[in-house]
Design a protein around this ligand. Structure first.
Ligand SMILES: [Zn+2]
Length: 223
């Protein structure tokens, strides 16, 4: 697999069973059922959508960046990527992508990393790690800090140089771009719609994204 694989979805928004706009800087948690299609729509462009996935029946079986990268032998996530869990299961498969590339190396922002990367006085600023913790605490299904592990940054541009360098660059997404995936098992989705104000990846301006779910059982599948 090489380069972006731009593929549009055939699904109709009018047939969606769930639509929700996640405001800039807010978390969101949702249980997808096996077979459902899940789209994340970048409304304002270049928004980083920090995302964690879990087996809905066993939170210890969760998205693994390492296994996903190894399975596809590529660092970037795009159409065709199977998102693999620590237990070796395919959680979801990306079936459409109009952005072309998503990061799973850069990690989620935290108060500590804000301080190290930007400035000591950035410590008080709201970060994805806080959003994740707030969401799982309110979810109240026994998840804790230990469940917040390596994540995906949908729409975020973290290119790797030929020498293996990791760089955070201006975004490559724009308003209306989306990524869509099918749940291959019952999956818990945890999103922090990144509140970051110090990173050029979102032009220092966090914006809302929309999450959309289709129940295609009974409908002709789009793929
Ligand atoms: Zn963040």
């Amino acid at each position: 697999m090489s380069g972006a694989r731009l593929v549009e979805s055939a699904l109709d928004l009018n047939h969606a069973v769930y639509r929700h706009v996640i405001p800039a800087g807010e978390p969101w948690i949702y249980e997808l059922r096996r077979g459902q299609y899940f789209r994340i729509l970048d409304l304002g462009g270049n928004q980083a959508v920090d995302t964690l996935f879990y087996n809905a029946h066993d939170y210890a079986d969760r998205y693994s960046a390492q296994d996903t990268i190894r399975a596809q032998r590529n660092l970037y996530l795009t159409t065709g990527t199977r998102l693999i869990s620590t237990g070796g299961n395919t959680l979801l498969t990306i079936l459409a992508d109009t952005c072309g590339r998503h990061d799973t190396l850069g990690g989620a922002c935290a108060q500590e990393s804000n301080m190290v990367r930007y400035a000591i006085e950035k410590r008080h600023m709201h970060a994805c790690r806080n959003s994740f913790l707030k969401a799982v605490t309110e979810w109240d299904h026994g998840m804790t800090k230990r469940d917040i592990t390596a994540n995906i940054n949908f729409f975020m541009n973290v290119p790797v140089t030929p020498e293996g360098g990791l760089t955070f660059e201006d975004g490559i997404s724009e308003p209306g771009k989306y990524v869509e995936m099918r749940a291959e098992m019952d999956v818990l989705v945890l999103i922090s719609n990144c509140p970051q104000l110090n990173n050029p990846c979102n032009a220092y301006n966090p914006t809302p994204v929309e999450v959309i779910v289709w129940d295609v059982s009974g409908m002709a599948a789009a793929t």
